[in-house]
Design a protein around this ligand. Sequence first.
Ligand code: SAH
Length: 359
Amino acid sequence: MLSTAANLINKLACEHNLSDAELLTLITSTEPDINNLLACKADKLRRKYYGDKVYIRGLIEFTNYCKNNCYYCGIRAGNSLAERYRLTQEEILACCAEGYRLGFRTFVLQGGEDAYYTDDKICAIVSAIRKQHPDCAITLSIGEKSSASYQAYFDAGANRYLLRHETADVEHYAKLHPDCMSLENRKRCLFDLKEIGYQVGSGFMVGSPYQTPQNLVSDLRFLQKLQPDMIGIGPYITHEHTPFKDMASGTLEQTLRLLSILRLLFPYALLPSTTALGTIHPNGRELGLQAGGNVVMPNLSPVSVRKKYELYANKICTGEEAAQCRGCLEARVKIAGYNIVTDRGDVRRTLDKSEGEKL
Ligand code: SAH
């Protein structure tokens, strides 16, 4: 006799969906070995779609100024202890050039919501990267903007946008953010981005303060509505200079469990094994790949600013040059049983007929 959880996992692996009650059971189950069983099914499915390929995205954290005050985030405006920095266009281009040399074909420009970078400045940066690296994908992750701004960045050459919804439950959203921010606007942004034609990434933190298992089910349902190309999740990690300084961090186990569930719900998705996962456990990123992840996002920011982009405590990889990070990651990915590839790593929504028949 299979246990309840094992039955649910089999059903999820076949049907790529479960009822709310079933998802809740899987998320909260304390039966032993669930994570192993989930990871096994998730890995089989990711290999069907993506083989052993792991895509790399070069992350350039170009500003830690932010006008927002998200209660969980270390670079929130209200953290007067954060040492602020901005990279110039030349510095950003230098990061891309070094990244390109190291085999990166996707650059992710991430930052706080920093009014210094007007739409004109962002467009100038994007066009300059587009001109120098026509074969690369350019991803932006700079928060909530108007549809017109998103359109302008897209026209300048941006292809992808990362904006985690953070939580799909209105009440939970209000516990994580001040009143001037709303889940409604966050969702509006995500649908605008899709409409414009971006490849979109969304996601949430696992174990964020006040999060309930039911909230996680809502997150999964929202993602099913949005159908993003990429889904980024990582454990919430407490930062001591935020209002949540006394709150517990999320766990490795729960994050791995959600990663596998996401792979089984979204066979095609690009799922990063995040730096936050590597921060809460020395082998977190390897375990994330084995649980269904197929993307890693090493840092290309200059070493001099790495520590300052401190979203959460003890962030890893803040001391090494990009080339060292690339080498280290290559070895880690290999040991985990996969291979880094140096192409753009676009999403695969469908399989060729022969691939579909293989399993
Ligand atoms: N300003 C951009 C980038 C935000 S930082 C935006 O609004 O999208 C990128 C992600 O880091 C956030 O979306 C959030 O999910 C995550 N993050 C922030 N603080 C964190 C913390 N304390 N622990 C774990 N992840 C965190």
